[in-house]
Design a protein around this ligand. Sequence first.
Ligand code: UDX
Length: 437
Amino acid sequence: MSSVSSNRAPIGVIGTGYVGLVTAAGFAALGSDVYCVDIDAEKIAGLRAGRVPIWEPGLAELIAEHRERLHFSTDLGAALEHARLLFVAVGTPPTYSGDADLSAVHAVVGAMPPSDRHALVMKSTVPVGTGESIERVFAEQGKGFRYVSCPEFLKEGSAVKDFLEPDRVVIGDSGDWAGDAVEALYAPLDAPIVRTDVKSAEMVKLASNAFLATKISFINEIANVCEETGADVVEVARGMGLDDRIGPKFLQAGIGFGGSCFPKDVTALKQLAGNSGYHFQLLNAVIEVNELQKRRVIAKLQKHLGSLVGKEIALLGLAFKPNTDDMREASSLVLSSRLQGAGARVRVYDPVAEEEARKLIRGVVFAPAATEAVAGADAIVLVTEWPEFRELDLAAAVQSMRGTLLVDGRNFIDPEAARAAGFVYEAIGRPSPHGAR
Ligand code: UDX
C-alpha cells in the first residue's frame, strides 16, 4: 500500500457476506466511507453492535479499527445518497441445473432508481454475459446506471491480506467514468490493474477458478498414480513446482477441493459453455476426479479395517480448509455421510467450524477437543490441515485409541513421526509400507 488517504470517494457495498464485508472493511481502511446494505436485518443489527458474523482472520479487527467509516443499513437510501459506486457482493449459489442463481443480483438491479450518477460494480461471480444483460436492462428502463465488472479473487482464511495485496485487479467496463472511478479506488494498493471489457472480466474470474481447480484435480490424479507405482506425490509436486511455468502453488494432493467458489464456479463454467453449445470435456473430469477423491478415503480405511460396520472413526477438521468456519462443499460432508452409510460411527472435531457444521452434518458426535475425538477410535482421518493438529501428541493419541490407523487426507503429518509414535500411517499419494491402494 503506498498511501492511505482520508479524503477518498465514499462507496456502497450491497451484501455483507465474506466478499462484501472484506471489501467494505478494506476500502474503509483505505479511507473511504462505506455504506453497507443487506436485506438481513438481524445481520445488520449485529454489525451495528460490532458483531462480525463470519470468522475470518483480521476482519473483526479491521472493522473495529475503521468503525467510524463503516455504516450498516437494510436500506439503500444512504448508500445511494452518499456514494456513486455501489459494489454488489450478493450470493450467486448454484441452481439444480448447475447455472448460477442470479435472483439476488436481479433484485439489486431492480431496486436501483433512475440515475445518471451511479454505477453498479459487480463483485459477485456471475456468468459471462450477465453484465451485458444488466446494461441492457438499465438502458431499456432509461435508468442511466453504469456497470463495471470487478471480480473478486480473495481466498477465505487470508481474505483481508488478499484484499490489501492483490495479485491483480480486473476492471471490465464500457469505457466511461465508472471504470476510471473504480481504478482510482484501487490505486493505493499498487497492484497490476487489468482494464478490459465486461465479458472478458467476467471470464477471467471463471477461468481462473476453473484452472486452479484443474490443477488440484490433476495433482490428485498424479497422487493416485503415485500410490499405484510407489512414487511420492510430495516429491513429485516439489520437482514440478520449481518449473516456472508450473509453479509450486495448488499442487497439494489431498481429499479434494471444496468451498464456496471452486465447486460452484467449475460447474457454472461447464454449464455456461454447454448453454452456448460447447461441451467442456476437461471440466467434467475435474469435477468427477474431485468427487472420487473424497470417497477414496473409505477404501483406505477398509484396506486396514475391513468392514466399517461398528467402527469408530474420528474426523479431525471439518471446514473446507483451515482458518475458516466455512463448511460449504467441504469434503467432510461427503466423508461423514459415506462413513455412516458404510456403518461406521463418526466422531468429529473442528477448532472453529463446529457451529456451522452442526447445521449440515447429522448423526455424528461432536467432540470438544481433538484428544477427545480420537480417544477410543479405530482410525483417525485428518480432513482439514488446522495448524493445531501438527501439535497433537501422536504417542498419547495412539495410546488412547482402540486401533492404530491414521489416514492423513492432507499429507500434513510427518509420516516418520506418525509411524514412530505407533500409527499405521496412510497418506495421499505417498508410499505406504502396506502396499498400493
Ligand atoms: C478460491 C480461490 O483461490 C479464490 O481466488 C476465489 O476468489 C475463491 O475460491 P477459497 O475457496 O477461499 O478461494 O480457497 P482456496 O485456498 O483456493 O482453496 C480451495 C480448496 O482447494 C480447498 O478445499 C483446499 O483445501 C483445496 N486445495 C487448495 C487443495 O486441495 N490443494 C491445493 O494445492 C490448494
